[in-house]
Design a protein around this ligand. Structure first.
Ligand SMILES: [Zn+2]
Length: 237
């Protein structure tokens, strides 16, 4: 019943064919162009496209800040690209900052950087970190922030690493090292929008006893995270 009814309805437009050829087609087209929904639809499309482009830009900014954005209190002494300490592999995303100790009491940041650089020749192991913080609080950057460093095993692919020097085998940082660590981690948190639970010890990532003092003294690590939450950069005040 309905089929025959719709069949009948379909016949009706067909009978219009002769009329369309006499200008009806043009009338119909003009009517479509002046549809009240067309302009808002186009505008919505343009706005969505602009938002998408902006979103991608923001994502890219979060992933890898330009090297020029690194503050002047960081000394850049980037390693040469080599298979052992700076493979040149892109760091695609940053989901955390990992704190380490160098494990070699009394050595300076510069000495540890030289060790990383020397691996290119000796090839004795794979090791490096994005940053080294020395006993006097000096900060050296060894690897660009948009490349991976060899520091945290399986988390190399999505974290930034900081190695801290220490005066003795116990591994506690000097006050100057500690203060620079706060400043550097705080800056990285702002650059990558990381919460304080994304600031971890090497131990939290792989179970390695690093940074030793802050593994053996969990309360000292908790204190560091508290200090980080309360931190405001002297240059920002
Ligand atoms: Zn470590």
């Amino acid at each position: 019943m309905t089929q025959s009814a719709s069949g009948g309805a379909r016949l009706a437009p067909e009978s219009d064919v002769p009329r369309r050829s006499r200008g009806g087609k043009r009338v119909a087209r003009r009517r479509r162009d002046s549809s009240p929904f067309r302009l808002p639809l186009i505008l919505t499309g343009v706005v969505l496209l602009l938002l998408a482009v902006k979103g991608v830009q923001v994502l890219l900014m979060n992933r890898a800040p330009a090297q020029a954005d690194v503050p002047e209190w960081i000394t850049q002494e980037l390693l040469e690209v080599n298979p052992y300490s700076r493979p040149g592999t892109p760091l695609e995303q940053v989901n955390g900052v990992v704190v380490h100790y160098v494990g070699n009491p009394g050595t300076t940041a510069e000495q540890n950087r030289s060790y990383f650089a020397g691996l290119a020749q000796t090839g004795e192991t794979y090791a490096s970190s994005h940053f080294l913080i020395g006993l006097e609080g000096e900060i050296i950057q060894c690897v660009p922030l948009d490349e991976i460093a060899y520091c945290t095993s399986q988390r190399n692919v999505d974290t930034i690493s900081i190695e801290c020097c220490h005066p003795d085998a116990e591994g506690q940082f000097t006050q100057a090292t500690y203060d620079s660590l706060l400043r550097l981690v705080h800056w990285l948190q702002e650059e990558y929008r990381l919460s304080s639970d994304q600031v971890i010890r090497h131990y939290d990532a792989t179970g390695k006893e690093c940074p030793l003092y802050y593994v053996e003294h969990p309360e000292a690590w908790s204190q560091f995270l508290d200090d980080l939450d309360a931190y405001s950069d002297p240059a920002e005040e």
